[in-house]
Design a protein around this ligand. Structure first.
Ligand code: KG4
Ligand code: ZN
Length: 340
C-alpha cells in the first residue's frame, strides 16, 4: 500500500553542481545547490576538479537539505539520484553516496536520468503554475543537450530531435568565450543582450532536415566575424558588446524555435514546455510566451531555480519511478552516456 506522504531525498552530481533536495509528495521542502567556482578560470568544466569538489560538497549539501526541510534522516522513504548522463567521475560521487546511504538507512533507491529530471521539473508544486498535460513537447536545452522531447507520460519520453554537434548551452558558452567573457557565458550574454539591439548583426543559421540542430557552424561564423571586425577596429568587441550579445542570442533562439515550431505542427501538439539551463534565458522565455499567444499553445516555463541543474528535479522524477516500483539495487552503476 502506498503511504499518504512520501518523502524523497534527491541527489544530483552529473556536472559541476552538487545538489540535494527533499520532496514531500510533489512539494519541495528544500533544494540546496553548491556550485563550483574552480572551473571559471579554465573557461569550462574540468572533470577531475569537478569530481573532487563533489566529494567535498556532497555530505554538507545533503545534511543542509535535510536540516532546511526540518526532517530527520529516518523520515526519508527513498533516495533518488542521477546515474547519467554526465561526467563519469561526477556521477560516481552521487551514485556511491546514494548506494551507501540506502544501505545504511535500509531504504530503497531509484536511479534518475538527468534529462528526465529537467523535463519532470514541471511537475513540482508551484503556486499559480499549472502542470503540463500529456502529451506535450519539451525543448530541453542545457550545457550538454539540445533535445525536442515528446513527453507521453512521466516515464515515457521520446527524443524526436537533437543536435549533431554542440548543445545550445555550448553555443552560448563558446561564443561568450570568444568575446572574452568568463565561464559559463550563457547568463552573461543574456545580461548584455538585454541592453543591445538584436538586429545589429546577422549570423548564419544551419539548414538541416526534420528536427535536427547544429551549433558548431555558428561558433566558426562568430570567430570569423570577430577576426574580420577587430582587424578594422581593435576595440570592436568592447564597443559593441551588447549588440553582439543581443544578435547572437536572437540567432540561437531563432534556430531553436524554427525546429520547435515545425515539431509542434508535425505532431499537432499545442502544449509546449522548455527546460534545462538555457531555459533560464530571458529571451527564450519571452519568445515562448509570444509563440504561445500566436499559436494558441499552452506554455510551461520553469521557475529559475529549476532550470539549471538542481536536485529538486531529480527528486520529483525519482518519485514517479518509486511509485511505479522501478527500484535500483546495489549493483547499479553510473552511465555517462545514458539515453532518455
Ligand atoms: O542544465 P544546466 O545547468 O547543466 C547541464 O546539464 O548542462 O545548463 C547549463 C547551461 C550552460 O551552458 C549555461 O551557460 C546555460 O545553461 N545557461 C544560460 C543561462 N543560464 C544558464 N544560457 C543562456 N542564458 C541564461 N540565462
Ligand atoms: Zn542539466
Amino acid at each position: 500500500m502506498v503511504k499518504n506522504n512520501i518523502i524523497i531525498l534527491g541527489i544530483e552530481s552529473s556536472c559541476d553542481d552538487t545538489s540535494a533536495s527533499i520532496l514531500k509528495n510533489e512539494a519541495i521542502l528544500s533544494n540546496v545547490v553548491a556550485g563550483q567556482e574552480v572551473h571559471e578560470r579554465y573557461g569550462g568544466v574540468v572533470p577531475e576538479l569537478a569530481s573532487r569538489a563533489h566529494q567535498q560538497n556532497i555530505l554538507p549539501v545533503v545534511d543542509t537539505a535535510i536540516k532546511k526541510a526540518g526532517i530527520q534522516l529516518n523520515d526519508i522513504d527513498a533516495i533518488a539520484f542521477t546515474n547519467g548522463p554526465g561526467l563519469l567521475g561526477s556521477l560516481l560521487v552521487g551514485t556511491s553516496f546514494a548506494k551507501a546511504l540506502s544501505l545504511g538507512l535500509q531504504i530503497p533507491m531509484v536511479t534518475v536520468n538527468h534529462m528526465h529530471g529537467h523535463v519532470l521539473a514541471h511537475f513540482i508544486d508551484e503556486e499559480g503554475k499549472s502542470k503540463p498535460n500529456f502529451p506535450f513537447l519539451c525543448l530541453t536545452v542545457s550545457g550538454g543537450h539540445t533535445q525536442i522531447v515528446l513527453v507521453k507520460d512521466y516515464l515515457d519520453m521520446e527524443v524526436i530531435g537533437t543536435t549533431r554537434d554542440d548543445a545550445a548551452g555550448e553555443a552560448f558558452d563558446k561564443t561568450a568565450k570568444l568575446l572574452g567573457l568568463p565561464y559559463p557565458g550563457g547568463p552573461l550574454i543574456d545580461k548584455n543582450a538585454q541592453l543591445g539591439n538584436p538586429n545589429a548583426f546577422a549570423f548564419t543559421k544551419p539548414t538541416l532536415p526534420d528536427f535536427e540542430y547544429s551549433f558548431s557552424g555558428l561558433k566558426t561564423n562568430v570567430l570569423q566575424f570577430l577576426q574580420r571586425n577587430t582587424k578594422k577596429d581593435k576595440d570592436f568587441v568592447k564597443n559593441n558588446m551588447n549588440d553582439i550579445c543581443a544578435s547572437l542570442q536572437k540567432t540561437i533562439i531563432d534556430i531553436l524555435f524554427d525546429k520547435l515550431l515545425l515539431a509542434a505542427a508535425a505532431y499537432n501538439i499545442k502544449e509546449i514546455a522548455i527546460a534545462g539551463g538555457v531555459s533560464a534565458n530571458s529571451g527564450l522565455r519571452k519568445r515562448l510566451a509570444e509563440e504561445g499567444i500566436k499559436n494558441q499553445w499552452k506554455t510551461h516555463i520553469p521557475k529559475f531555480e529549476y532550470c539549471t541543474d538542481n536536485a529538486a528535479m531529480i527528486a520529483i522524477a525519482g518519485r514517479y519511478r518509486y511509485l511505479s516500483g522501478k527500484l535500483a539495487d546495489q549493483r547499479v552503476v553510473a552511465n555517462a552516456r545514458l539515453k532518455i
